[in-house]
Design a protein around this ligand. Structure first.
Ligand SMILES: [Zn+2]
Length: 231
């Protein structure tokens, strides 16, 4: 095998290695925490907190109502017991019972509103929890796929690097160094020649250059400086 062909194959390995390294970087950057999961987790936490506060408000209102119900019962018992004879005292007590009842009714209405809010909040918590479960499952699935992809890419890269080593060992070290220097500057160091044209710069090559390249010696394009490879 001519050295130009060997260098061309070495370049093929290098290009594949580069592209796989790029993919590996891209896939690796997708591994880790999910922004969507974190956002919904926070949302759930806030709603759960709100629900707890509402339940607390509901219980406070219920205790207050119980207290008023007891007070009304005691006052009414006194009112209808016949123990109080004084008409003014009776009227006062009657007013007191009415005021307590009005307050109780008002609180009962408020308690109903709170219960309604509690129910709405419970529904929200259930909805967000289910959304979070779905997101987490999707995320885990995706992470698993990405991890598999990372493993695959690492294996491919290791295989390519091994092939690169084996091939480069067959070439004179100064030639490999020359190739690497050229690649650093131009991206591609070896250009295919097709129909007398250098594919690196698309310039028609002089016949003498083509003949020298065909003979197997290392020839650089007189225009772009790339190593010429006649397939
Ligand atoms: Zn060229």
């Amino acid at each position: 095998m001519g050295v130009a062909k060997q260098l061309y194959q070495l370049q093929e390995f290098d290009l594949k290695i580069e592209s796989n390294e790029q993919s590996l970087k891209q896939v690796t950057s997708q591994l880790g925490e999910s922004k969507a999961v974190v956002r919904v987790q926070k949302q759930l936490q806030l709603e759960q907190q709100r629900l707890e506060e509402l339940r607390h408000k509901q219980h406070s209102a219920e205790w207050e109502i119980d207290d008023l119900v007891t007070k009304v019962a005691v006052a009414e018992e006194t009112l209808f017991s016949g123990r109080i004879k004084n008409p003014k005292e009776l009227t006062n007590l009657q007013h007191e019972v009415e005021a307590l009842k009005a307050k109780r009714d008002q609180l009962e209405e408020k308690a109903l509103e709170i219960i309604d809010q509690v129910e709405q909040s419970e529904a929200s918590v259930a909805r967000i929890s289910s959304e979070l479960e779905t997101l987490k499952a999707e995320w885990q699935h995706q992470q698993q796929q990405l991890s598999d992809e990372v493993e695959q890419l690492k294996a491919t890269l290791s295989d390519l690097r091994q092939k690169w080593q084996l091939l480069s060992a067959e070439i004179e070290p100064p030639t490999v160094e020359f190739y690497q220097e050229l690649r650093k500057g131009k991206g591609t160091a070896v250009a295919k020649v097709e129909q007398g044209i250098c594919r690196g710069c698309r310039i028609s090559l002089p016949t003498t250059e083509l003949q020298r390249a065909r003979s197997g010696s290392l020839v650089q394009c007189s225009s772009c400086g790339r190593i010429l490879f006649l397939a």
